[in-house]
Design a protein around this ligand. Structure first.
Ligand SMILES: [Zn+2]
Length: 183
């Protein structure tokens, strides 16, 4: 048996086998997520220490298969949860940022006929027929990051100040990904 999260396999095979993958991995296993967190923490005020955050676990599951509602679609569903350290954009203090995302994707390859999307499913564009599920998890987590993270009690202050918040690492990384995902 290989490692279903890391093995590169044909997406059609994962779908045909209704592959289920349980996830309990350290943040360090997810390259882009770890890089985004690292970049964000560089803004932390001096004296704050996020500790061994790379060892924090990402937990969840993936399920490949077909959906009853859309029999022709190759579907990836799942749930991902992690609590990340983050820099509060208001006070530059350390905060805990729970990130939780549900996946409901229709997987589309480069050769698929373009057609209207299915209700309830987002389209996930695949560059090739072979995929590593861990890459999808990594990207899905980065896309689930909030544009701006701040302590709850800092947010209230923020709202009255109309602070410009366009240059945080989370926001720029996410913008790059959204750009890359366009057609
Ligand atoms: Zn704060």
């Amino acid at each position: 048996m290989g490692d279903p999260l890391r093995d590169r396999r044909p997406v059609n095979e994962l779908v045909r086998d209704s592959q289920t993958i349980e996830i309990t991995e350290e943040i360090s296993a997810f390259e882009r997520l770890a890089a985004a967190v690292q970049a964000d923490l560089e803004a932390l005020e001096e004296g704050s220490d996020a500790g061994n955050w790379r060892e924090t676990r990402v937990s969840g599951w993936l399920q490949f298969g077909h959906s009853d509602a859309h029999p022709g679609a190759r579907v990836l569903e799942g749930q991902l949860d992690v609590e990340l350290p983050a820099t509060c954009q208001r006070c530059l203090g350390l905060m805990r940022l729970p990130v939780s995302t549900e996946l409901a994707y229709e997987l589309k390859g480069p050769d698929d006929v373009p057609e209207a999307g299915h209700e309830g499913l987002e389209t996930w564009e695949l560059d090739e027929a072979l995929i590593r599920p861990i890459d999808i998890v990594d990207e899905a987590l980065v896309m689930a990051l909030p544009l701006v993270a701040a302590h709850d009690d800092c947010v209230e202050v923020d709202a009255s100040e109309q602070k410009a918040t366009t240059t945080t690492p989370f926001a720029s990384l996410r913008a790059q990904m959204e750009e890359a995902n366009k057609d």
